[in-house]
Design a protein around this ligand. Structure first.
Ligand SMILES: NC(=O)c1ccc[n+]([C@@H]2O[C@H](COP(=O)([O-])OP(=O)(O)OC[C@H]3O[C@@H](n4cnc5c(N)ncnc54)[C@H](OP(=O)(O)O)[C@@H]3O)[C@@H](O)[C@H]2O)c1
Length: 259
């Protein structure tokens, strides 16, 4: 039998893609990448809706389709209301990228260890869970869906004291991926994790001193941070390739294996 060579990668034209925390940084570039691939992108943020508006406008100005869907991913009622509204307006949400995270530099002096831990877990992990639950039921009905969880190399490496909650929240996302990959397989739903190392974003440049940034880069075997576009490319790959599910794509310049 002659094997026909044809692209098995799926076209995303007309798909509805919700990217949490896409008002800046990596999420913004994932949103733009999915819009370039033909999706209508729903740009999400919680604290600064004006930034989400700016990203949606930016996408539309280059011919893409984008709308804003602000909501606090850690609030169950917000998430459920959001999905209700989106289903009324669009009839479907096909792709969910769980990218939102609590800014690790946001902790104030007054916050106790326990309060901080709970807040980080609430946004980074519970948020991804609530969004995935709301996404899953409606995607099952149409027998097509994609979940991508944005983790971090810090899920696998011993965390510095101030990053313990962050590392724990990120490791939990891998369990979410496995569960939704397993439960979603009979319904045409895939779930994967993309785990970056150090990524160049507006925030990282703003938050880290030049010395701290240099020491972060020194820990990357290839000697540089990843560009947001390199991470977004992996997100696009796992969305378009329906035979990849339950996997983690590590993009960290070799940090995963570094001593
Ligand atoms: N940057 C890196 O070097 C790096 C490395 C490894 C992994 N990652 C992962 O990549 C992802 C993006 O990182 P980033 O550096 O681009 O993040 P970032 O610049 O800190 O942006 C975080 C985004 O999440 C939103 N957000 C925060 N709390 C939210 C909530 N409760 N509900 C909804 N949205 C919320 C923020 O908007 P508002 O503040 O307006 O709500 C913002 O859009 C994260 O999952 C991060 O862990 C990043």
């Amino acid at each position: 039998m002659e094997i026909q060579h044809q692209s098995v990668l799926e076209t995303l034209q007309g798909r509805i893609a919700l990217v949490t925390g896409s008002s800046q940084g990596l999420g913004r570039i994932i949103a733009r990448t999915l819009a370039d691939a033909g999706c209508t992108v729903l740009v999400n943020a919680s604290n600064h809706p004006e930034n989400a508006e700016r990203v949606a406008t930016e996408i539309r100005s280059t011919g893409g389709n984008a709308d804003v869907c602000c909501c606090d991913v850690s609030s169950e009622s917000n998430v459920n209301n959001l999905f209700k509204q989106l289903l009324e307006k669009y009839g479907a949400v096909d792709i969910l990228v769980n990218n939102a995270r609590l800014d690790p530099w946001r902790r104030t002096g007054e916050m106790s260890e326990g309060e901080w831990f709970s807040q980080v877990i609430d946004v980074n992990l519970k948020g991804a869970f609530l969004m995935s639950q709301a996404f899953f039921a409606q995607a099952c009905e149409r027998r097509w869906g994609r979940i991508v969880n944005i983790s971090s190399v810090r899920a696998f490496r011993p965390a510095e004291p101030h990053m313990i909650a962050y590392g724990v929240s990120k490791l939990g996302m891998h369990a979410l991926t496995r569960a939704y990959a397993h439960n979603g397989a009979p319904f045409g739903i895939t779930a994967n994790t993309v785990a970056p190392g150090v990524v160049i974003t507006e925030n990282i440049k703003k938050r880290l001193s030049p010395e701290k940034y240099a020491s972060e880069i020194a820990a990357v075997p290839i000697g540089r941070a990843s560009a947001c576009e390199e991470i977004a490319d992996a997100v696009l790959f796992v969305i378009r390739n329906s035979s990849v599910t339950g996997e983690t794509i590590n993009i960290n310049g070799g940090m995963y294996y570094a001593p």
